[in-house]
Write a protein that binds this ligand. Structure first.
Ligand SMILES: Nc1ncnc2c1ncn2[C@@H]1O[C@H](COP(=O)(O)OP(=O)(O)OP(=O)(O)O)[C@@H](O)[C@H]1O
Ligand SMILES: [Mg+2]
Length: 388
């Protein structure tokens, strides 16, 4: 029995090493579908680190100024262009970055699709050079995902020991002085959430089984994201809320901002999927953004006509996927030029989530707004075709 368990352990280790080797080989060959932020933007991060002469908090790869520049974009003295990752108020980014340099954790709050996850990943990449210390919050997230678990084979043979501990991403971040990320914090059951309180206030993780603890080293902090819409599913206890500085990410302020966000992301995603750049794409992107903003806001852009809002969120993230799908349609089944017909089905799918109520809302918008608008005849026809 004992021998069997040992063999199991060796196998587990070897399997782990093989998997790590495979994963890094794949990353090296640029075969991964979605590289982590720190890999995708390694050149920008290196250039920023070289140009950055401001003081850095302990174990930070960059100064707070350079982290903010990485997120918001800019041109460095040596001419390197840093692309903007987040489009929005500068102050929001500054407050978020500064929070992480203090002893308070950061909570990014906002409606769906406002780049909470995106900002959290890029902050962790810029500060720690590692965005992978991630706990995904779900209704079933166990306490071990935040604290630690046990390797039972080890536990049975050797009893409780440090070797038998399975570190959670949060525990690793504490030991290594890095940023840990917790996604969708309010989906996690309340008692599991509360295991964060000791970590955030005492900066230590007790391990009663060993009569030991793991203390956070300098550089450790935590970024959590939570969705406004989920508020109340498992609302944060006030004890936990007090440990966070909350930063609310807004919807894009203007249509121009939103068009820029969508164009930029679609371009990046399209390159990842080897889709050709679409020449007339800009007009259609503006159209998708206009439709989404009008339906979301309940009024047309000129402020003259009221429209009803559908039940879905119609976030920027959904606009991005409508345009990406449209581009794929144009590339594979059209002439490569993004046209009204390529985005109509995507828009319909995003707007009509509830087949009865939303369909009425969409029909009304189509007949009262789209039909009358100058230069939108092709779009109206395409929408009628897919709605029928
Ligand atoms: N202001 C913005 N600046 C840059 N990108 C944005 C902005 N708003 C949305 N995006 C884009 O939207 C996409 C979705 O964002 P993300 O997944 O981070 O949203 P989220 O807030 O985490 O949503 P959810 O609540 O559904 O988890 C990302 O690709 C991101 O680039
Ligand atoms: Mg998210």
């Amino acid at each position: 029995m004992v021998v069997e368990v040992r063999i199991e352990r060796v196998r587990t280790d070897e399997w782990g090493r093989a998997m790590t080797a495979m994963t890094s080989a794949a990353a090296g060959a640029e075969q991964v579908l979605r590289p982590h932020a720190e890999e995708a933007f390694a050149a920008e991060l290196d250039a920023l680190a070289a140009a950055d002469d401001r003081p850095r908090p302990a174990r930070w790869k960059l100064s707070p100024w350079a982290v903010a520049t990485y997120l918001l974009g800019g041109t460095l003295p040596d001419g390197t262009v840093v692309t903007p990752k987040y489009v929005g108020p500068r102050r929001i980014v500054e407050v978020a970055v500064t929070t992480l340099a203090t002893d308070r954790a950061l909570l990014l709050l906002g409606v769906p699709g406002t780049a909470k996850t995106w900002v959290s990943e890029h902050l962790a990449a810029a500060i720690s050079g590692d965005s992978t210390l991630l706990v995904q919050g779900t209704a079933g997230t166990p306490e071990e995902a935040i604290r630690y678990g046990w390797n039972y084979a080890q536990l049975l043979t050797h009893g409780p020991s440090r070797d038998a501990l399975v570190h959670s991403p949060v525990m690793r971040a504490m030991a290594e002085g890095r940023i840990a990320r917790v996604e969708e914090l309010t989906r996690i059951p309340a008692d599991v959430q509360d295991s964060l309180i000791t970590i955030l206030s005492e900066k230590t993780l007790p391990i009663p089984e060993l009569g030991a603890e793991t203390q956070a080293v300098r550089g450790f902090n935590l970024i959590a994201t939570a969705n406004n819409r989920d508020r109340g599913v498992n609302d944060l206890s006030s004890a936990l809320r007090r440990r966070f500085n909350t930063v609310v990410l807004p919807l894009p302020a203007s249509a121009e901002d939103e068009v820029e966000i969508v164009s930029r992301r679609v371009d990046q995603i399209g390159r990842g999927l080897d889709l050709p750049a679409a020449p007339r794409g800009a007009d259609e992107i503006r159209r998708v953004v206009t439709v989404f903003r009008e339906l979301r806001g309940g009024v047309t852009e000129d402020g003259r006509t009221k429209v009803k809002s559908p039940s879905g969120t119609l976030s920027t993230a959904e606009a991005i996927s409508v345009v990406t799908n449209g581009l794929a349609l144009a590339a594979h089944f059209g002439d490569g030029v993004l046209r009204a017909g390529d985005i109509a089905a995507g828009i319909l799918g995003a707007v009509v989530r509830d087949p009865a109520a939303d369909r009425l809302v969409w029909q009304e918008y189509l007949e009262t707004v789209v039909r009358e608008r100058d230069g939108w005849k092709d779009f109206y026809r395409a929408c009628r075709e897919v709605s029928a």
